[in-house]
Each structure stands twice: as structure tokens, then as C-alpha cells.
Design a protein around this ligand. Structure first.
Ligand code: SF4
Ligand code: SF4
Length: 396
């Protein structure tokens, strides 16, 4: 990310912060309180997980537990069968397991259907925010790169870019037979998959012949009501809006028994829903005392307020692992301290602005194994780095 991109990102972040300030939901504190209680009770709760697994299967979904990234990617490859095209929606877990590169290495074309993610896919660029991934790239740069890629003149206006990308995606969505989505929640009481979106692309992706849901064991919620409460908090913290445009609650495949009570599946689509629940070191993280990190709902509010991220952008990130929380997560899941953690100022702004009050600076200190001399070293180093980049940002 260059300094122009950092400035564009900060501008986009300011818009979200202004929206949050101007239109706070009247009962946001109550919602956050309820969400905290639910996360504390659900994350690492093996009984709740077992209940969710049972209910999901009762609903007719095929469910797989995947211990590792490779196991999850292998299941998806098998489920994709002979198909050569899959369409997918935004999903952090598919990024975590490196799904796109695995499928592409087997000759399968993977097309992102979220406008921002498709732009990043074509530009081969990384995200700057979990829900507004292309916030750091100007319309001018996007139009130039799309023009080069498609060999077709695209004007440098947001309207033209969005309409061009939408039309391009639409062709792939009509052709594909397999759709892959993430899930914001899997509920134990109903065995439902809960998914939120604003663009409407998930309507199409989940109505393919086969819908593959790739999610993780920390996404279990007691009930649909708890999941809806979480979605309202995410939406407000991520975008400043009260509720996403669309919320899908999927509790079965397309089916009918309308004629002589004979049962048919796949009347419209999908006729098959496959659910993959990934562990990938989450259980280990809990055992090692980092359970709190899994409370995260990926709202990105910590990034909006992180002074280092707002100065250096993705120098303080690694692929989808953005800012202090992302890098802490990457370090724990890969059992290797990420070098970029030295950028963290341990200022606590992330914790203060996190709806779950996750102690990211405390976790980072613990990962960096700081004793007192270490703490002084990291404090000085991170602040000097910050001053250096702040000066360069101001002068650029
Ligand atoms: S503690 Fe670290 S990650 Fe959190 S806001 Fe400060 S610099 Fe960013
Ligand atoms: S750490 Fe907190 S603020 Fe940051 S993405 Fe997770 S829930 Fe949101």
C-alpha cells in the first residue's frame, strides 16, 4: 500500500466513523452486552458445537469437520468434482485455507462475486478492511487496471466500474453449478446457516446446484436470534448502518412434498448443501489461553481506530490478516511470531473500540513474550517506526 492508498483508506474509514457517530442505534449498548455474553458462552463450548452439528445434519446438510486447512481444501476439491468453474462470496475462512489457489492449481476457475473482492482479484491486490476490501484504491487506479486486464476502455467513475464488474460477474454466476460462501453463524437450536450481505450476490451463489458453506468452529451461536443480534452489531461497527440489506437463514435444501406427499429435493436450487467446520488451531488457541481472540466477529472497527494501521496500511498486515488482531491471529494459527507485530504500539485503541473488548495489545505482548526489557525495546521501536512513517505520510 502506498501513501496515496493509505490516505484513501483513512478517508473511507472517516466516512464510516462519521456514520457511526451520527446514527447510533438507540440500544447498541444492550446489543453489545448480549453479544459479549453469547460469545463468552459459545466459543470453545463443545456441547453447543455438538448440538449444532447434530441439528445441521438433521436439516439434511452434509457436514464435515476439518482439522486443518489442507483437510478443508481437500473436502472442497472432492465436492467440486468435475466442475471447472466455481463462484464464491466473501469468506475469511476460504482465504485462511488458501482455497482459491488450491482450486486454481487444479484447473478450476474461481470467481469472486463481491464487487470489491472481484476488483482485488483482478488487480491481484490485498484487502484493507474485512467488509470494505478495496477502500484504499481510487477509481482512477481501478479503471486503469481493469482496462488493461480486459483490454476494454473503462471510464474512471465509480458508477461505470461497478456496472462493468457486476456485468462481468453475472456471466460467471449464470454458468457456475457450484457456489461457495462463508457463514456469519451456525446456530445450535435450529441448525441454521446465517449469512448477511449487502450486494445481493449471495442470492445467486447459494442457489447453485451445490452450495458449499465454509466456516469455522468459532462461528457457533445458540440461536438465530443471537446470530441476528451479532449481525446488527457487525453491521453498525463495520459500516455505520443499522442492519445489512439481506440476511439469509438457510435451514434446509430446496424441496417439496406437494404432490401425493412424495418427497423431491432440488426443486429450484440448491439440491445439496455441504457445510465445512474448520478448526485449524482454534482448539489449541483456546487451550493455550487465547480464547478471547476467537470472540472476534470481524467487524474491522479496531482497524478504523488503530494509529499504526492508519499510518502504514498493509505494512501492518499480511494478506487477509489485518492490523494487530489479524497478525496476532496469524502468529497463533501458524505457531510463528509474525515479524510485523513489532509495529504494534500497544496503545489499546483497538481494545477500546472493539465491541467484544478483546485485549489485543495484551495478547500481542504475550505472543512477543515480553519481559520488561522486551517491552521497552518494542515500545521504543514501534514508536520510532510510527514517527518515521507519520512524517513520510504528512510529506507525501
Ligand atoms: S494496540 Fe497495536 S493493534 Fe491495537 S490500536 Fe494500538 S497499535 Fe493498533
Ligand atoms: S478485534 Fe474486535 S473490533 Fe477488531 S474485528 Fe474483531 S471484533 Fe471487530
Amino acid at each position: 500500500m502506498n501513501f496515496n492508498e493509505v490516505k484513501a483508506m483513512k478517508k473511507a474509514f472517516k466516512t464510516v466513523k462519521d456514520r457511526q457517530r451520527l446514527h447510533p442505534p438507540p440500544d447498541i449498548d444492550e446489543k453489545i452486552k448480549r453479544l459479549k455474553a453469547v460469545r463468552e458462552n459459545s466459543v470453545g463450548n463443545s456441547e453447543l458445537l455438538a448440538r449444532a452439528v447434530e441439528k445441521v445434519q438433521e436439516n439434511g446438510f452434509r457436514l464435515f469437520m476439518a482439522e486443518s486447512k489442507d483437510e478443508a481444501a481437500g473436502i472442497i476439491l472432492r465436492e467440486t468434482g468435475d466442475e471447472k468453474l466455481v463462484v464464491k462470496s466473501k469468506s475469511n475462512v476460504t482465504k485462511e485455507i488458501g482455497l482459491t489457489s488450491t482450486l486454481e492449481s487444479r484447473g478450476i476457475t474461481v470467481v469472486e462475486t463481491d464487487i470489491g473482492d472481484r476488483i482485488l482479484q483482478v488487480l491481484q491486490a490485498g484487502p484493507s478492511h474485512p467488509t470494505g476490501p478495496a477502500a484504499h484504491i481510487s477509481a482512477k487506479v481501478i479503471a486503469e487496471k481493469l482496462t488493461e486486464y480486459h483490454q476494454k476502455k473503462i471510464r474512471q467513475t465509480p458508477e461505470e466500474i461497478v456496472s462493468f464488474v457486476r456485468d462481468e460477474i453475472r456471466g460467471y454466476m449464470e454458468e457456475a453449478q457450484v457456489g461457495i460462501t462463508g457463514a456469519n453463524a451456525v446456530t445450535a437450536e435450529e441448525g441454521s446457516i446465517v449469512l448477511a450481505h449487502n450486494e445481493g450476490n449471495i442470492f445467486e451463489v447459494m442457489r447453485k446446484k451445490k452450495h458449499i458453506v465454509v466456516t469455522a468452529i468459532d462461528k457457533i451461536y445458540p440461536s438465530v436470534e443471537d446470530a441476528l443480534n451479532m449481525l446488527k452489531v457487525i453491521c453498525y461497527k463495520a459500516t455505520g448502518a443499522l442492519i445489512p440489506s439481506f440476511i439469509e437463514v438457510i435451514s434446509g435444501v430446496s424441496k417439496t412434498a406437494d404432490v401425493e406427499k412424495k418427497f423431491f429435493k432440488g426443486i429450484h436450487a440448491p439440491s445439496e448443501v455441504v457445510v465445512i467446520l474448520l478448526d485449524n488451531k482454534r482448539t489449541e488457541m483456546i487451550e493455550k489461553g487465547f480464547r478471547e481472540l476467537l470472540y472476534c466477529i470481524d467487524c474491522g472497527n479496531c482497524l478504523l481506530h488503530c494509529p499504526m494501521y492508519n499510518t502504514v496500511g498493509n505494512f501492518f498486515a499480511e494478506e487477509k490478516y489485518l492490523g494487530g488482531k489479524g497478525l496476532a491471529y496469524k502468529s497463533l494459527s501458524e505457531e510463528e511470531v509474525n515479524k510485523k507485530l513489532e509495529f504494534c504500539l500497544t496503545c489499546g485503541q483497538c481494545r477500546k473500540n472493539c465491541p467484544l473488548s478483546i485485549d489485543v495489545p495484551g495478547i500481542i505482548r504475550s505472543i512477543r513474550s515480553e519481559s520488561l526489557p522486551g517491552e521497552i525495546y518494542y515500545f521504543l521501536k514501534s514508536h520510532l517506526l510510527w514517527l518515521y512513517y507519520m512524517t513520510r505520510l504528512k510529506l507525501s
